[in-house]
Design a protein around this ligand. Sequence first.
Ligand code: AMP
Length: 286
Amino acid sequence: MSDTSLIRFEAVAPLRAQVAAWRAAGERVVLVPTMGALHAGHLALVARARELGRRTVASIFVNPTQFGPTEDFSRYPRDTETDLALLAEAGADAAYLPDVATMYPPGFSTRVEVDEVSQGLCGAFRPGHFSGVATVVTKLLNQVQPDIALFGEKDYQQLLVIRRAVRDLDLPVEIQGVPTLREADGLALSSRNRYLSPEERRAAPRLHAVLASIARGLAAGAEAGLLLAEGRAELEAAGFGPVQYLEVRDAETLAPVERADRPVRILAAAYLGRTRLIDNLAAVTP
Ligand code: AMP
């Protein structure tokens, strides 16, 4: 049985006091930032946090500044009571649930912009998204002041953007990535999967299957351009469209890869009906 005593915070000062007390007692504090609508992928981050540190804080904040004007901010799933029960069950120590005025008080006018890794891929299709992410995560790190913060590899570009911001701004926290949790059929767990119709849900695992097949092709020495063209055609045949991107990039910098002579990542974003799915996979190259 997990300890179900989850402390709930909405304001910064009492949360900081609690975190300071834990740290003064020699306990490491791990932050897991989320937008709620929690699923087993989020809970895998909480489980990892519990392995790493004595105390786990999960934040839930649907961040308006990382959604574009035509995106799903208003319909993004919100179910705080269920989320809190799941966090308690998973053994988190605290939930931080700031409201919009706490994160963006009147007159708020500072943004964190990360160049290079924010450009291309999702950055090309979601203008302002990574600036919104980097800004809110910088605030969360400053508010909570954890020793470690965990982010899923599911959002691989986001993980690299945050690593870069933390490094560039000397934020005193260690960023760790956590492997993507998948359904048995390969579909990466995502809060947005609940938008899928039964038919779309049946097609959705093709995204991972295509990435896995490109990874196998690269490992066998096949040419990336050909594999990507075939993969795109396969996604479109399975009902995906538009396929926003399907690319092989440098795993560290996300720079386009001309020769597969270093660790690479295959990344994709594609619509299935009205739902935008993203996924990515590491690839070994010969
Ligand atoms: P979100 O609530 O979508 O902002 O996600 C919160 C955190 O959970 C992010 O660091 C995500 O990368 C991570 N995450 C989301 N889905 C998964 C998954 N299937 N496996 C591992 N981590 C995930």
